[in-house]
Design a protein around this ligand. Structure first.
Ligand code: ADP
Ligand code: MG
Length: 480
């Protein structure tokens, strides 16, 4: 086989930064709120004034331990904060406090669901660090300005093993991380707003080779779509170089969304030397086993567990179990609805179609959903008890969504109760047959399709309220 035909495989490892949603910063008391007046959320520690000592926020450690436990990491009894040096206007101290040789979590994994099965992706480490400030350029005045509100906001960096083989797997992994931090309630996991940021390390090699190729790091990826696009672009670019026998150089590249390409930012020769060393202002971080245990006991049900439970307990298929466990609040809504009326499959369908459809349309989330789980369950119960038809139920649902009213109240007020009185339906059937002699003739001469026409007419005459089974039965009797 010539080298141009040999299949090429990509090797990918992701470094994901996740902003933790604590009220105050990692080493200072300033608020972490977003959208405030620039430089209003600062203090001597955040500003890096000489003589100020950082004090570690306990909540930050708790959140990192939660994430470590949820991703099957070994929580380290001792970890160490280090100074990572570089010069940039958004970094007042001249160094960032991070963890280097001794991070808080090591050696974990997650399992992502893919089209062709489940795949385990190793987590090398999770470490704590502080965010930098934000510099922006003011074009008109040809100057740069710095906002330090974000400086000192707590981050975890989650470093994966080079276990990922495609953009699809990378996307699934990112989505699972997002879902997990949201379930744990330690971050809003919002990529677009920068709470979740991803650097992708990518290399290629001929399939079957053991040695990894030279990796390229792509920065500046801030949406799920870009993660996949940037990786695909880079795999394509490197594969072509490999086929042409060109050497791939180790470098950092930037994703340029406007061009749909990555471009070189700096090469290995200019790789930074951060001169890491343990921060003398901070003692090694020691965590007690008891504390880890109590955090473990208080962990909520996690996405995977919820997914499996929904399948076994409610008999849902993978698709519905997946949709209903994307967000823990959605899963809780569903659990509650099923506990009120035990029809899991109908409730899954109503949520997946009508409820989500309407929420999307109105730009709402499950949190501000006007229909309570109890009311949705009652609506499905009314269908199951044949008080209303499925079609009328959609009308009732619209009304519930607009007014928040209970379904029974709407059904009574608007007189939507299903007609199950045979004689009342029979009267309509007779009326319809009488009013459509031509169609009746056609039916009798063998045009079976006309049956559907009559059903439609009867339903229309009854304003959708006639029981469809009875309509069918009575029509059949009349027509034979
Ligand atoms: P560095 O020292 O350059 O930071 P690391 O070994 O710490 O590199 O790895 C950083 C990230 O790159 C990790 O997510 C890791 O899985 C990934 N990685 C390492 N080597 C490769 C490679 N050859 N191809 C793709 N990804 C890689
Ligand atoms: Mg590294």
């Amino acid at each position: 086989m010539s080298s141009s035909e040999k299949p090429i495989e990509a090797v990918i490892g992701l470094e994901v930064h996740c902003q933790l949603s604590t009220d105050s910063k990692i080493f200072a008391t300033s608020s972490t709120a977003a959208g405030e007046k620039p430089n209003s959320l600062t203090d001597p520690v955040t500003l890096g004034l000489p003589g100020c000592l950082p004090v570690l926020n306990k909540k930050v450690v708790e959140y990192a331990i939660k994430l470590g436990l949820a991703t099957h990491c070994e929580i380290q009894r001792e970890s160490v904060f280090a100074r990572k040096h570089y010069l940039y206007p958004d970094l007042p101290k001249g160094y960032q406090i991070s963890q280097y040789e001794k991070p808080i979590c090591l050696d974990g994994h997650v399992s992502v669901r893919l089209k062709d099965g489940v795949k385990r992706i190793g987590i090398t480490r999770i470490h704590l660090e502080e965010d930098a400030g934000k510099s922006s350029h003011v074009d008109d005045e040809a100057i740069s300005v710095v906002d330090l509100n974000r400086a000192g906001v707590p981050l975890v960096e989650i470093v994966s093993e080079p276990d990922i083989r495609s953009s699809e797997e990378a996307g699934a992994y990112m989505r699972l991380l997002r879902q997990t931090v949201r379930y744990l309630d330690i971050s809003d996991g919002n990529l677009e707003e920068g709470s979740l940021r991803c650097d992708a390390n990518i290399s290629v090699r001929y399939e079957g080779e053991e040695k990894f190729g030279t990796k390229v790091e792509v920065k500046n990826i801030n949406s799920f779509r870009y993660v996949e696009k940037a990786i695909d672009y880079e795999i394509e670019r490197q594969s072509e170089m490999l086929r042409n026998g060109e050497a791939i150089s180790q470098e950092t590249r930037l994703w340029d969304e406007a061009k749909g390409k990555t471009r070189s930012m700096r090469s290995k020769e200019f790789a930074e030397d951060y001169r890491y060393f343990p921060d003398p202002d901070l003692l090694p971080l020691m965590v007690e086993t008891d504390w880890i245990e109590s955090i473990k006991e208080a962990l909520p049900e996690l996405p995977d567990q919820m997914f499996e439970r929904f399948k076994s307990m409610y008999g849902l298929d993978d698709y519905n179990a997946d949709v209903l466990t994307q967000e823990s609040l959605v899963a809780r809504y569903y659990d509650q609805a099923v506990s009120v009326h035990g029809n899991p499959s109908a409730l899954a369908n109503w949520m997946g179609t009508e409820l989500f459809g309407r929420l999307n349309k109105e730009g709402k989330t499950i949190e501000d959903c006007p229909v309570s789980p109890e009311n949705l369950a009652d609506l499905v119960r009314l269908i199951d008890e044949e008080v209303i038809s499925g079609k009328i139920a959609k009308k009732v649902f619209d009304e519930m969504f607009s007014s928040g009213a209970r379904p029974e109240a709407i059904v009574e007020q608007q007189g939507l109760r299903q007609i199950t009185d045979e004689s009342a339906i029979l009267a309509i059937v007779e009326q319809v047959l009488e009013a459509n002699p031509q169609q009746l003739e056609a039916y009798k001469s063998g045009k079976d399709k006309m049956f559907g026409f009559f059903v439609g007419q009867v339903m229309k005459q009854s304003e959708g309220k006639a029981n469809p089974q009875l309509v069918n039965k009575l029509l059949k009797e009349k027509l034979t």
